[in-house]
Design a protein around this ligand. Structure first.
Ligand code: RFL
Ligand code: PHB
Length: 391
């Protein structure tokens, strides 16, 4: 089999790239380790920047998002037992974010891909190997239904997440990796109960961080910070609700509606960047190249901005026979990546309890939060990063 761009991974990065390329007449095939249902079953991101919303529209998959997504023009910060609003729209000249789950983004993109008759090969397991990307004739080999197959291509797009095969195929000396692992995780719970509040609440408490988010007016997503070694089996739904309640302000505590969990999982928190994001004819995008802790809601949005830069570069290559966009891809993407890394690290550091740091750390965080909500300059810095820096 032969195609122009071989895409590894059918997460948001791979699916979005495939759709943008297809719309510009660039042929592509996606190889995915797992099944479509498995990919859809992972509960992850919930907040889309306008840039991501615009890309979904550009792909022709904006309709359901427009109907069911929830536009949010602010968030609430809870500290010292009180909530303070950050007015995104007022501080950024009307900018907002969209609450629409990653599962729905992925579902819409998968449906559009199937409707366009594009090839996605699911369930190739860990068989994918990358060849010849340092030369002019790259290829991807994989096993499907017990048969060895080869996909020849002009370029490979590695959209296969943090644990994927793409970055792992690059010779060790050619890539520099920067990493910070945080000493805690997020225990998340999804339930069909109305959200405690119509906006997201980010809470700094002496018991640790908590986040109240949502997927719809009837489906809530909540997180509490837990020690890194914590096991999800040790958390009954009741224990989760009690812990969450203990981290809320009295008004939110009164409003909290609990119910059985649909999903419960623990995510570790990490900051990670691989430089560069291009190796000959292999280009990395999304979590394959970088990870942010989820506090800033940036992971999916960075995958989207990478894909915007990369699809523009591929399209320019095929239309104009120009390598300029491809040559600039890594530098352009990394500039935006590092700013989102900085923001996510800062917001994580401000909102979480770090083991062993003592009472002074809590006091310093509270002083910074107090400054943040009382200074227009500081609030604006938070708002403009949260809604997304320009492309
Ligand atoms: P994905 O989604 O990991 O998709 C990669 C795909 O590649 C497949 N794959 C392979 N395929 C073939 N061969 C191999 N060898 C392969 N290895 C892997 C995988 O099966 C998978 O289908 O990466 P992508 O597309 O780059 O998308 C990135 C986002 O998923 C991620 O950044 C976000 O989920 C991060 N994130 C959030 N981002 C936001 O923008 N806003 C948020 O509110 C937000 N909240 C979150 C989050 C991530 C979280 N967790 C669980 C880490 C909340 C949480 C709790
Ligand atoms: C979510 O709804 O899953 C979510 C929202 C905001 C974040 C992280 C996760 O910062």
């Amino acid at each position: 089999m032969r195609t122009q761009v071989a895409i590894i991974g059918a997460g948001p990065a791979g699916l979005l790239l495939g759709q943008l390329l297809h719309q510009a007449g660039v042929a592509n095939v996606i190889l995915e380790r797992s099944s479509a249902d498995y990919v859809l079953g992972r509960i992850r991101a919930g907040v889309l920047e306008q840039i991501t919303v615009d890309l979904m529209e550009q792909c022709g998959v904006g309709q359901r998002m427009r109907q069911e997504g929830l536009a949010h023009d602010g968030i609430e910060l809870l500290f010292k037992g009180e909530r303070h609003r950050i007015d995104f729209a007022g501080l950024t000249g009307g900018k907002t974010v969209m609450v629409y789950g990653q599962t729905e983004v992925t579902r819409d993109l998968m449906a559009a891909r199937a409707a366009a008759g594009l090839t996605t090969i699911y369930e190739v397991g860990d068989s994918v190997t990358l060849h010849g990307f340092d030369g002019t004739a790259p290829a991807v080999r994989y096993r499907k239904d017990g048969q060895e197959q080869e996909l020849q291509c002009d370029f490979i797009a590695g959209c296969d997440g943090y644990h994927g095969a793409s970055r792992a195929s690059v010779p060790k000396g050619a890539v520099r990796e920067y990493e910070k692992v945080y000493p805690f995780g997020w225990l998340g719970l999804l339930a069909d109960v109305p959200p405690v509040f119509h906006e997201l609440i980010y809470a700094n408490t002496e018991r640790g961080f908590a986040l109240c988010s949502m997927r719809s007016p009837t489906r809530s997503r909540y997180y509490v910070q837990v020690p890194l070694e914590e096991k999800v089996e040790n958390w009954s739904d009741e224990a989760f609700w009690n812990e969450l309640r203990s981290r809320l302000d009295p008004a939110a505590r009164d409003q909290l509606v609990t119910g059985p969990s649909i999903e419960k999982s623990i995510a570790p928190l990490r900051s990670f960047v691989a430089e560069p994001m291009r190796f000959g004819r292999l280009f990395l995008a999304g979590d394959a190249a970088h990870i942010v802790p989820p506090t800033g809601a940036k992971g999916l949005n960075l995958a989207a901005s990478d894909v915007k830069y990369l699809s523009d570069a591929f399209i320019e290559h095929y239309r104009e026979r120009s390598a300029a966009g491809l040559d600039h891809y890594s530098d352009r993407a990394l500039r935006r990546v590092w700013k989102a890394e900085r923001f996510s690290w800062w917001f994580t550091s401000l909102m979480h309890k770090f083991p062993g740091e003592g009472e002074i750390a809590q006091k310093l965080q509270e002083a910074e939060l107090d400054y943040l909500v009382s200074s227009r300059a500081a609030s604006t810095a938070l708002a403009e990063n949260y809604v997304g820096l320009p492309l």
